[in-house]
Structure formats: C-alpha cells, structure tokens
Write a protein that binds this ligand. Structure first.
Ligand code: GLN
Length: 306
C-alpha cells in the first residue's frame, strides 16, 4: 500500500472493518459456502489502465455466485442486443433474490437480470447462442483479469444442484410460459457452473473494468457500446443488491452487484472499479462488511455517481 491513489483510503477501511464486531453470517444453503470465517476481508481497486491493488484478502479466490450475472448479461447484450429484454425486465423486484411470487403475475417474465429468475433467462439465451454460457463467462473473466487460472468449482456446482429445488422451480415455471427454451436440466447445469466460478477481488475488479471504461475491454476492443455500458451500470444500481438495492444506492451511491459468496463489485464510471469480499451476509444476502466498506469508500473519497 502507499503507492496508489486510493491506497491510504482502503488501508484505513480495512482497519475499520477489522474492528467491527458484527460480521453477519456466511451463506449456509450449501455446505461449501458455510464454513468460511466471516471475519475475512479483502478489497481491491482496479484503475481503468489495468493497475490493480488491494488490502487484506484481496488475492484470495472466493465463490463469485451472483456476481457472475453481470458478466453473463454483458455477454448476452453484446451478442444479442436488445433482444434479451423481451424475456427479462429492468425493474427492482423488492423481493428476495430467489423469489417466485412475481413471476405468476408477470407472465413468467422476471423483474430483472440480477435475481435468480432473470439470470436464468439470460443464461438460457447465452447458452442457446454459444452452446457454453458458463464457459463464455469464465473466458470473459480470464481475459479481462489476465488470470487464466480462474475456473469453476465442480463441488460447488454439484452442491447447488443437490440443493437446487428453488432454482429448478423458477426454471420450470418460466418454461411453462415459454420464457426459457433449453431443457431445464441443461439450463440449471449451465447456471450452477456459472455461479460456481471462483475469482479474487483483484480478478473481479479488473474483469469489471469495461463497465468503468464505457464498454471498452482491457485490450481496447469494444464489448459494449457506451450506451449499453450505461444500461448495465443502471441496472446494477437499481437491482444489483436484490431487495436492498435502495439502501445500497443510498449508502454507497454506485452501481454494484453482490453474490452470496460475500463478494460485491462496484463501478465508479470513468474512474475505477472496486471489489470487496467478506463472507458474512445480512438477511438480504449482501456482505455486511462489504457494503460497509463501500459506504466508507464513497464517503471518504467523495466519489459516487451522484
Ligand atoms: N447460486 C446462488 C443461487 O442460485 C446465487 C444466488 C446469489 O448469489 N444471490 O441461489
């Protein structure tokens, strides 16, 4: 620490987080996530030029889970443009990430791509387009981070499948409306593989860099148009932290996306990308120290989209 523009800020935040006594509870819906020490904490900053630095456990790989939904959406938008929005909306759900309730009233069209139902629609489309949705997400993360070791964790995917009744119900229900097209077992396998990808704060902060660079990839090529990058950031702001997106926008003021592995990515458009990891979650499924650290970051730096 010391050499980069936010080194002092994130070092201070790491000290503050270590002093907290409320760390939340790691996800326990699958055994693979339940055993992690909730006091672990890492935070990374990636500059638009590809410089990355961090504090604490910033190089420790963790389960990306729902953070993968951002990369799947970006790929679907880049390959398929506006068509993806025929099957999924862009409104916050106000309901838990795995909720079924709104689907019946909205003809099998999920509220947004960052709750499980909406992510299943995106993965269905990406799988139909590429034949390997999870592999495409892995490849995007590898290429943007420069880390070819990023990979699926088969035990995590298998554990998701073994406890997958809720996601199966979501997929079957949407299939009854024709809003997913693959055989449900193939769709679920792709979705669980995608969720099982392990990556570190450094990897994810770098991988999300195209969202701070208005759609431009690490090698200078265009993944998303400027307008599409804005759209993804907007959906992250309004829907990226499930039924706590209003509170997240209020506290942090940045587009963000959380996962039940305890990671959160956040974008400061034109400035930098952030990733925090701390496995203890609140009752909505967001990392307690992760949200607190991002809150402190925008408070101490004055950076936000507002
Ligand atoms: N794999 C998890 C699930 O489908 C992802 C959910 C999450 O990170 N919120 O339940």
């Amino acid at each position: 620490a010391g050499a980069h523009r936010f080194s002092a800020v994130i070092s201070r935040i790491a000290e503050e987080m270590a002093a907290r006594d409320d760390h939340g509870t790691p996800a326990d819906y699958i055994p693979m996530l339940a055993g992690v020490d909730p006091r672990r904490f890492g935070m990374a900053v990636a500059e638009p030029d590809g410089t990355v630095y961090g504090v604490g456990d910033w190089r420790q790989p963790f389960s990306t889970q729902s953070i993968s939904k951002v990369f799947a959406l970006a790929l679907a938008l880049s390959l398929d443009g506006e068509r993806i929005w025929r099957g999924v909306g862009r409104e916050p759900s106000g309901n838990p990430f795995n909720s079924l309730v709104q689907l019946e009233y909205e003809n099998g069209i999920p509220r947004n791509p960052f709750i499980n139902a909406g992510a299943l629609v995106v993965t269905d489309r990406l799988q139909a387009l590429t034949g390997d949705a999870a592999g495409q997400v892995r490849e995007l993360l590898r290429t943007e981070s420069g880390n070819a070791a990023i990979d699926f964790v088969p035990d995590v995917a298998a554990s998701e499948a073994a406890h997958g009744d809720r996601n199966a119900a979501l997929a079957h229900f949407m299939a009854s409306y024709g809003n997913v097209t693959l055989p449900v077992p193939e769709l679920l396998a792709a979705y669980f593989r995608q969720c099982s990808i392990e990556a570190s704060c450094a990897d994810l902060a770098l991988s999300a860099g195209f969202l701070a660079r208005h759609g431009v990839r690490a090698d200078g090529s265009v993944l998303l148009t400027r307008s599409q990058a804005k759209q993804v950031n907007a959906v992250m702001l309004t829907c990226g932290t499930y039924d706590a997106a209003g509170e997240f926008a209020y506290r942090v003021g940045l587009p963000g996306k959380s996962g039940v592995g305890g990671g959160i990515i956040a974008i400061v458009p034109g400035e930098c990308t952030l990733c925090v990891w701390s496995p203890g979650l609140d009752r909505r499924g967001n990392s307690v120290a992760g949200v607190a650290a991002l809150d402190r970051f925008t408070t101490l730096t004055g950076l936000s989209v507002f």
